[in-house]
Design a protein around this ligand. Structure first.
Ligand code: NAP
Length: 335
């Protein structure tokens, strides 16, 4: 690949716009957005006009057939990630796919298999893993700054008023708190502790059968535990704490894209760790965009920051949680 990575955006909803804004605002990013696709031409055209994108397509097939696109950013609801990312990979495109990576672990395995078979780059858009302070925390933990981890507490929740037509209420679209919000505390715990050995969970379900309010208890043979929750009916703190044998790390509100955290080492004064100066006014997605761009220019097929095996392990945990709380999506029954 030459010195520039050419992006195609697939879907034109809320996160597609935020990601595109960050991508375009990155100075000297080595990235440009050359095309956008939507299920309707009008929506693709409106998105293209808004962001100054050259080509607008009314179908995903046209986008993935565009020779000038190197990497496709999939920003549909989770239920369409398998199909959209699969289509792009089949057409020889690299892919960045929004979280939750897929609806279930089977779909995630299929996508990872396809990418590996074809030697193409594939990454879940788990932007938390690319955040500089989250990376700093993993280094601190690895270097023993807080000793051996005993417990992770993390949550993500807000009290929304989602009508029955909203994707968050629709089982066919992978609705509920778990795949949209719970994926963050689960991914955070697994970043630090790996895949759990045991998964317990309980939840309040909606009449449609999606989870509204979910508590999870993950356990590791090491003795570590993670107490996690997610909700679309309660304003949770959306914070995280990692406690080890020799200290603690506290991440305040919006722990999944922090600009500071507190490090408490036993016997020492607490330290506030902050992000260095960077581009102002961005949503925080520039770090994952930069990581994909870097990896592609380096000829890598996986990001060391967001490895596919990690995304597969998270999907297995989300499947286990759904099994415990009795949430099934129609896609689970497809072979
Ligand atoms: N990283 C983050 O911080 C973050 C934040 C929010 C959401 N997300 C993730 O991003 C994805 C999209 O979320 P969103 O909030 O952007 O949703 P959204 O605003 O509802 O947009 C999703 C877009 O996908 C397309 N779409 C809608 N229904 C579809 C269907 N049934 N099949 C295929 N495409 C459909 C539509 O685009 P067209 O009309 O152009 O086809 C729609 O605008 C989800 O997986 C979500 O978890 C990530």
């Amino acid at each position: 690949m030459s010195g520039t990575v050419r992006w195609g955006v697939l879907a034109t909803g809320g996160i597609a716009a935020r990601f595109t804004e960050d991508l375009l605002a990155m100075p000297d990013s080595g990235a440009e957005v050359v095309a956008v696709a939507s299920r309707t031409e009008a929506s693709a055209r409106a998105f293209a006009d808004r962001f100054g994108i050259e080509r607008a397509y009314g179908s995903w097939a046209e986008l993935v057939a565009d020779d000038s696109v190197d990497v496709v950013y999939v920003a549909t609801p989770h239920s369409a990630h398998r199909e959209a990312a699969g289509l792009a990979l089949e057409a020889g495109k690299h892919v960045l796919c929004e979280k939750a990576f897929t609806l279930n672990a089977r779909e995630a395995r299929e996508l990872a298999g396809l990418a590996r078979e074809r030697g193409l780059f594939l990454m879940e858009a788990m932007w938390t893993y690319c955040n500089p302070l989250i990376r700093r925390i993993t280094e601190l933990v690895r270097d023993g700054a807080i000793g051996e981890i005993r417990t992770v507490q993390a949550d993500f929740g807000f009290a929304g008023t989602f009508g029955a037509e909203h994707r968050l209420r629709d089982p066919a679209l992978g609705g509920g708190a778990l795949l949209d919000l719970g994926v963050y505390p689960v991914s955070f715990a697994q970043l630090l502790l790996g895949e759990p050995d045991r998964v317990q969970a309980d939840a309040l379900l909606s009449p449609e059968g999606v989870d509204l309010n979910t508590g999870m208890l993950l356990g590791w043979d090491s003795g570590a535990t993670a107490l996690l929750s997610c909700s679309i009916v309660a304003n949770l703190p959306t914070s995280a704490t990692v406690t080890g044998t020799e200290g603690r790390i506290d991440l305040p509100r919006d722990f999944f894209h922090p600009d500071h955290f507190f490090l408490h080492r036993s016997g020492r004064e607490p330290e506030k760790v902050v992000t260095g100066p960077g581009p102002q006014g961005l949503s925080g997605m520039q770090y994952e965009a930069a990581e994909v761009t870097r990896a592609l220019l380096a000829g890598e097929t996986e990001s060391p920051l967001v490895p596919l095996d990690g995304s597969l392990a998270v999907m297995r945990t989300l499947d286990a949680v759904r099994d415990r709380i009795g949430v099934r999506y129609p896609a689970d029954d497809r072979a």
